[in-house]
Design a protein around this ligand. Structure first.
Ligand code: HEM
Length: 532
């Protein structure tokens, strides 16, 4: 069976490899003249036998080295419906459809099964969508059986590293420095906006977020390092595009193919930039015995054994930026679009932010929790435009039995259809109505402290799955919540905004596989407010 799977999945690779072997063997016996190689001036290979031996060794080595990486064929659990039909023709069509229409496919599966099990075809096989009642069973499942890391094709490029420890980092302490940096970041990323000025929202807000997040990562020295900030933005983009390109290659060829993909080749440069930025900061602190409140200090302080290596710490910093920047930039971008479409929310939010400012014009540590309306509209904005349609994504490697006996077959991508849950009328009454203060009302009127806590932006629970759940739930969500509040607070107090004339429709989000991204080309007019 294993051999059959392997042949099936890597047929093309085997053809290519077999071709190369035949080619090299023919070379050994001297039946082929290589004019091409001669023209290209490969004098190095003066001896054809040598060349053929190299090729043979490379190809055979490649097959052996990559043999364990073969994809496993998936078996489907009996009786579970597949969105769009279960005959192979429809499944194949729907795998393609999922790339740009996954949201409605998930909604269909969720509606028809009333939140039960269903499969949704995708290019990583038929993904099994789980009812949320099983999250408790799975949240502590052994990592080698219910695997989080395997869901990220980017890890092929970046390598793996468990960064869960991040949840213990106290990000609230860096918020005063972060707020000072927000002013600098807007000055650098935004034009003066003395009059109405048209700005590409996603591009500029990503720059602001990258800089502000860098302040949390490594203080002002890191956030003012333009090369680092650029590298941290590009790392995620190259990682994403590189991963999309490498996915087109059979597993057996990926270890080689990655050297021919420009985005993946650029990644080495981003690591070098991370080292150039982080190592001098770490060294200076070590020399001076200096403590700091940022993530870099915290990581170096927590590092044990081989982790104490500065290059290693710099690489982790870059990987955290991958998880942090584009995710946190999406939220304010979507909220800006919402506020331009529903300007009636602007004044109440401004008033709330003004009411908690300290004499320096900052939001202090405790006051972030008092921004109930802002927190609420951030959550409502995320409910309508969740960054990820599916969360709690895992790969189940071996058959996994749930508490009621249902067995998830081996080699299955599982997940929760978050975008559909967020529109479930049993969880969110009148779900298609945008009610910016829906969660603020719950927090103000709900006597039950638990229900009130569940209505917070950073909550992670079976009805609020945007930050995942369980042992891999997003460790950066509390920082993200405060960072987005501080950025939106600054924007609300310092800018008026509106859609450009003739483009008043809220820009639609861009759907790609499981991602639902803020429209990357949309623009908004900004104008600086006159300070009283
Ligand atoms: C609004 C912004 C953000 C969103 C929507 C978001 C969403 C998520 C989601 C859905 C997961 C997977 C959880 C699961 O499958 O159970 C995750 C994991 C992760 N997030 Fe976030 N995230 C955000 C911001 C951040 C920030 C600011 C940081 C870092 C400072 C961060 C660091 C991480 C890390 C390191 C993981 C992997 C955790 C692990 O390996 O166990 N995220 N995030």
């Amino acid at each position: 069976m294993a051999i059959k799977d392997y042949l099936y999945a890597n047929l093309m690779a085997l053809f290519v490899s077999a071709g190369l072997i035949v080619f090299s063997l023919r070379y050994v016996v001297g039946e082929t003249e290589s004019k091409f190689l001669a023209i290209q001036g490969f004098e190095f290979f003066e001896n054809r036998t040598k060349l053929s031996s190299y090729l043979t060794v490379i190809v055979v080595g490649l097959l052996f080295v990559t043999l364990p990486q073969r994809p496993k064929r998936q078996k489907l659990a009996p009786g579970i419906p597949i969105v769009g039909g279960s005959d192979i023709q429809h499944v194949k069509q729907n795998r393609k459809r999922f790339i740009h229409d996954g949201k409605s496919m998930l909604a269909e599966g969720y509606r028809k099964t009333k939140g039960g099990f269903f499969y949704v075809p995708s290019n990583c096989g038929e993904r099994l969508m789980l009812p949320v009642k099983y999250l408790e069973d799975l949240k502590t499942a052994p990592i080698d059986q219910v695997d989080f890391v395997a869901t990220f094709i980017e890890y092929l490029i970046f390598g793996e590293k468990d960064v869960r420890g991040l949840k213990d980092f106290q990000s609230a302490d860096v918020m005063p420095a972060v707020q000072r940096e927000i002013r600098n970041a807007f000055d650098a990323a935004f034009p003066p906006c003395e009059d109405w000025t048209e700005i590409n929202v996603v591009e500029r807000i990503t720059k602001v977020v990258a800089r502000v997040s860098s302040c949390m990562f490594g203080g002002i020295e890191l956030s003012e390092n333009e090369k680092w900030v650029e590298a941290s933005i590009a790392f995620a983009i190259d990682g994403f595009h590189g991963a999309q390109k490498i996915k087109r290659y059979p597993h057996v060829l990926r270890p080689i193919a990655k050297y021919f993909i420009s985005e993946i080749r650029s990644i080495a440069g981003h690591y070098a930039e991370a080292e150039k930025a982080a190592i001098p900061i770490l060294e200076a602190r070590q020399k001076a015995g200096e403590k700091a409140l940022d993530l870099l200090y915290w990581m170096s302080d927590q590092a044990k054994g081989s982790e104490r290596n500065m290059k290693f710490i710099a690489s982790i910093l870059l990987k955290v930026s991958f998880a942090a920047i584009h995710t946190s930039a999406a939220a304010p971008s979507q909220l800006i679009y919402d506020l331009c479409a529903m300007p009636e929310y602007v004044e109440p939010l401004r008033k709330e932010v003004e009411s908690v400012l300290d004499p320096d014009g900052n939001i202090d540590k405790k006051s972030f929790g008092q921004l109930v309306k802002l927190d609420s509209i951030m959550k409502e904005s995320q409910r309508f435009n969740p960054l990820l349609l599916i969360t709690f994504e895992r790969v189940v490697h071996t058959p996994y039995r749930l508490s009621d006996g249902f067995v998830i077959p081996a080699h299955t991508h599982i997940g929760v259809p978050t975008s559909s849950l967020l529109m479930d009328p049993d969880l969110y009454p009148d779900p298609t109505r945008y009610d910016g203060f829906r969660f603020a009302k719950i927090r103000t009127h709900e006597p039950n402290a638990d229900a009130s806590a569940r209505a917070q932006y950073a909550a992670s629970n079976p009805s609020s799955m945007s930050f995942g759940f369980g042992r891999h739930s997003c460790p950066g969500r509390f920082f993200a919540a405060n960072e987005i509040k501080a950025i939106m607070g600054y924007l609300l107090l310092n800018f008026d905004m509106k859609f450009p004339e003739g483009k008043e429709k809220r820009p639609e989000s861009l759907l790609f596989e499981t991602q639902f991204l803020p429209n990357p080309t949309a623009t908004v007019m900004f104008k600086r407010r006159k300070q009283a």
